[in-house]
Ligand binder design. Sequence first.
Ligand code: PEP
Ligand code: MG
Length: 567
Amino acid sequence: MLKGIPASGGIAIGRALVIAEAELDIDTGRVENVQREVQRFHTAVETAKEQLRSLQKKTEKSLGNEQAMLFAAHFLMLDDPEMIEAVVHKIESEGIRAEYALQQVAHTITEQFNAMDNAYFRERAADVKDIAKRLHQILLGEEESSFSNITEPCILVTGDLAPSDTAQLDQKCILGIVTDIGGGTSHTAILAQSYEIPAVMGTAYATKTIANGDLVIIDADKGEVLVTPSPEVLDDYFKKQAQLLEEKKDFDRYKDGPSLTHDGKTVELAANIGSPGDLQRVMDNGAEGIGLFRTEFLYMDRQALPSEEDQFLVYKQVLETMQGKPVVIRTLDIGGDKKLDYLPIPDEMNPFLGYRAIRLSLDRKDLFQTQIRALLRASTYGNLKIMFPMIANLQELRAAKQVVADMRAELQSEDVPTADEVEIGMMIEVPAAAVISDLFAREVDFFSIGTNDLIQYTIAVDRMNEKISHLYEPFHPAVLRLIKTVIDNGHKGGIWVGMCGEMAADPRVIPLLIGMGLDEFSMSSPSIPKARKVIGGVGFEKMRQIAEAVLQMGSADEIKSYLASAY
Ligand code: PEP
Ligand code: MG
């Protein structure tokens, strides 16, 4: 049995498909424009150098100078005519794609090194392979990863799964996911939840322990992975799976809104989505709106930035489908664990504290303006609310709002209609924003608390790091007090306050949050019926008393054990 982090609940039983490393799928056809292909290769070499430079820096800090020197060989190779010019020559003389030329050249060189009876040269062969792999990954982008070619039902076992890999998976074929690394609120985990795929992440050894074709059981609620179980255990799990299905049927009775506490107070249950492909589940589970559309997924799984028209059509479709119900669309939140191949962000020491979300949008105004124009154009098709991610200070908010005002004026001057009223809100996911939420409340129409990030920043616990995942604690009194501050400041400023982090879907915490005054909850669609059932089971007055008691408590353990018997 392997232990990992519960990332997306449920039980999955099936045969393992182990993808330890993405396989290269290389196009051997001819190119039309040879010079452009050569240029593409040179750009990839430059990107590789950039990646190596930051990798070297990182290694220097963590492991010291000597280890970092290992990269020197890679650098040399990227300037080595034997390799680089040979690839260019091959592209030019044979008119083939850069990746194919590179594959052949790298193969010839490694064969030569391997044939030498000398350990030093054999190591150089490994270097060539390594650098060729890096270049291939850059040239091919993630679209070509083998994750998109899975066609048989299986339990996917892999080292790491980037959100863009997950977004490419054929959901019907993936019974469950097991990874070596990754945390419970990584975007891969979030995607797995919205696809209702049980997932256990951060097992450390899955790809080494599990073989292709092994029978595997994932007990995702416990974070356990059982490999080649006995017939008795298997039988047991088939029964548990059937039981879960029954439970789900019970929750299905709560598919239709409104969402009322036992004594009749209404809250709103909305859905988190990543693409229009999620809309069917939104409708099926009775969401009362969309509380978070993570638009960055629109930018993934493609070769270039989506145009204004591409985006407009998607936003319009979402707004029309929701038929006047609120739709909160969040502007691009790229960076952190979400990457775009065609928009390379140099490796950073702390990507979650780095160049991401609104910081990137305000730096790349061209991208931001295109998105805002598309949103405003779509605004006439429904009840659109625009939300900015990762706001940390008033200047950022004001600059972002200015772009909205500018784009609105620009569209007006082009006689393009936009809705008169578009609410503008912000995520509260940086503690600094929570602390001065009274000031923000004067300048926005709503808050949505992003607990996934708020927790990691408040407690200084990386949401992706499985080694410290036990410290990632939604019930930390500091987190709960910050949430309470935000709700109170929002209400004092006359605006509504929602939550769209994973915490909003936790049945243990939902009544507590209502007691604290939260107005809206946004979660993966499949979590909605159960949340609605939980809400109906407790009265508001009791929730309020519970909140009051919890906010006086000093530790997460105390709070959790109190809540376990409070409702
Ligand atoms: C959050 O941080 O809670 C959030 C909803 O945003 P994301 O998970 O996309 O970072
Ligand atoms: Mg966030």
